[in-house]
Design a protein around this ligand. Structure first.
Ligand SMILES: Nc1ncnc2c1ncn2[C@@H]1O[C@H](COP(=O)(O)OP(=O)(O)OP(=O)(O)O)[C@@H](O)[C@H]1O
Ligand SMILES: [Mg+2]
Length: 464
């Protein structure tokens, strides 16, 4: 018995079952057709025999009407008694056009009108050969040896007149022949066995071919899946290694950033210890210590702020208002000599975003632009812009500073990368982190006319 654990086995069991059902169903559906065609063939043979016998004995329409005449009876006996010898014949009745039995192997029926299937008789009188299987049992053999359950085959064949051309289509009577279907049933049985064997054989060949194909496809799929899982785990391992090395690099940078002011603090305090007798010098050194400490705190605070980005809360945000607020804030907090101009569409643009974080990102870009070109105004532009067929908005900050070289371009968004003596190198990486959290990107480009443009692109998918 199959244990239905693996798919090929399930497939094999289901298809075998289907083939079995198909074979049995075909056998059951075909059996009646098979029987009908054999019975029809039998009836056609009887019709031909009757025709040959009646022609031979010259049985005429007049004989059918005057069936009690001695000459007619002799011709009937010579014609029809041959049929009684057909194996399995149980009864023969010959009817004339008035449906009266004019001859039978049971003489007591002659002169009567006994027929169980009047409609078949009527059709046969119109020239049609009628054949039917009567499953009701053997009506004629009432002996103990009779095979009661096998039924009877009943044929009604027209007897045609012969002589002139038109009379060949004139029906002068009907012969009904009742036969025991035992031999026929055996033929049908053998035919069905052959049919089932053929369908079953075909089914098994089909099953084997299908199974082979299925097995092949299944094995290939399994191999592909195992390769994929190997690749996935290899990929995860590489990503993990990359994460670890990026973290190591970041920690190294933080340590480096904090190390300089901390070394300064140690050196300054050692100096203060040595010069403890001079209070003025000590006060000077303590001021330096405080500056180094403040620097350390600023670095730590900026790192902590990166952590806050992960906890953003999105809400419908009016981008125009946000840009105006940020520019106003820049004017208060940065030493702006020339201000910031803004170009924006008239209608308001509302996106789902974290206004605090987006303000911070834009501020970082404006701050960089001001530092790159303190002597020239900074230009901010807001526009609706598609990117890779995705609807969105673009917020660009343009300056007329020196731009950046290719070595700088490769590291712009790297945390702690800075070319400025007082910079921490976190402005752009923080801006990029914020924008990416909103599903957008930060773009950097040098302008042909000089200066640089840093743009924030946000998708409209974040629309409320
Ligand atoms: N508008 C600009 N024009 C030219 N170079 C720029 C511009 N903005 C940024 N850069 C380059 O990118 C570097 C990194 O910028 P980022 O804002 O990350 O750090 P930073 O400005 O140096 O320090 P801070 O942490 O104070 O922002 C800058 O040091 C500078 O070399
Ligand atoms: Mg900066």
């Amino acid at each position: 018995m199959f244990k239905l654990t693996t798919p090929p086995r399930i497939f094999a069991s289901i298809s075998l079952l289907m083939i079995l059902v198909m074979v049995v169903a075909t056998g059951l559906i075909q059996a009646p057709f098979f029987r009908k065609s054999i019975i029809d063939r039998e009836a056609a043979i009887v019709r031909d025999m009757v025709y040959a016998l009646t022609v031979d004995q010259d049985v005429s329409a007049a004989d059918m009407q005057h069936y009690t005449d001695a000459a007619a009876r002799r011709r009937f006996d010579q014609s029809f008694s041959t049929l009684v010898k057909l194996p399995g014949t149980a009864r023969i009745k010959v009817f004339n056009r008035d449906s009266t039995i004019i001859w039978s192997d049971d003489p007591s029926l002659v002169g009567t009108q006994r027929s169980a299937h009047r409609e078949h008789l009527a059709r046969a009188l119109e020239g049609e050969v009628q054949a039917l299987f009567n499953a009701a049992g053997n009506r004629f053999d009432t002996s103990a040896q009779a095979r009661q359950t096998e039924g009877t085959i009943e044929c009604y064949v027209p007897i045609f007149a012969h002589g002139t051309d038109q009379s060949a289509t004139t029906v002068i009577g009907v012969l009904s022949l009742y036969r025991d279907p035992h031999d026929l049933n055996r033929t049908i049985q053998q035919g069905l066995y052959l049919l089932w064997a053929t369908i079953g054989g075909g089914g098994i060949v089909l099953f084997l071919v299908l199974y082979k194909v299925f097995r092949l496809v299944y094995d290939r799929q399994q191999a592909a899946e195992s390769n994929l899982s190997k690749l996935t785990s290899e990929h995860e391992r590489i990503v993990q290694i990359e994460k670890m090395s990026a973290m190591g690099e970041l920690v190294g940078e933080i340590a480096h950033q904090l190390n300089n002011p901390l070394v300064g603090v140690i050196n300054l305090t050692q100096l203060a210890q040595r010069e403890a007798h001079d209070p003025e010098r000590v006060a000077e050194l303590l001021a330096e210590v405080r500056k180094a400490g403040t620097e350390c705190r600023d670095i730590v605070q900026r790192i902590l702020r990166i952590n806050q980005i992960s906890r953003s809360t999105l809400q419908p945000t009016d981008i125009q208002a946000l840009v105006k607020d940020t520019i106003a804030f820049c004017q208060q907090s940065i030493d702006l000599r020339h201000g910031v101009d803004l170009t924006a569409p008239a209608e308001s643009i509302v996106l789902n975003g974290d206004p605090v974080l987006l303000r911070q990102a834009l501020f970082n870009l404006i701050h960089n632009a001001v530092l790159a070109a303190p002597e020239a105004p900074v230009h901010v532009a807001l526009a609706v812009a598609d990117r890779d067929k995705v609807a969105g908005i673009q917020l660009s900050v343009t300056d007329s500073g020196p731009g950046f070289d290719s070595a700088t371009a490769a590291k712009l968004f790297k945390p702690f990368f800075t070319t400025r003596p007082t910079g921490t190198g976190l402005g752009l990486s923080v801006a990029q982190h914020i924008v990416m959290k909103h599903g957008g990107v930060v773009l950097a480009e040098n302008l042909p006319e000089g200066g640089a443009r840093f743009s924030i692109w946000l998708p409209m998918t974040t629309k409320p």
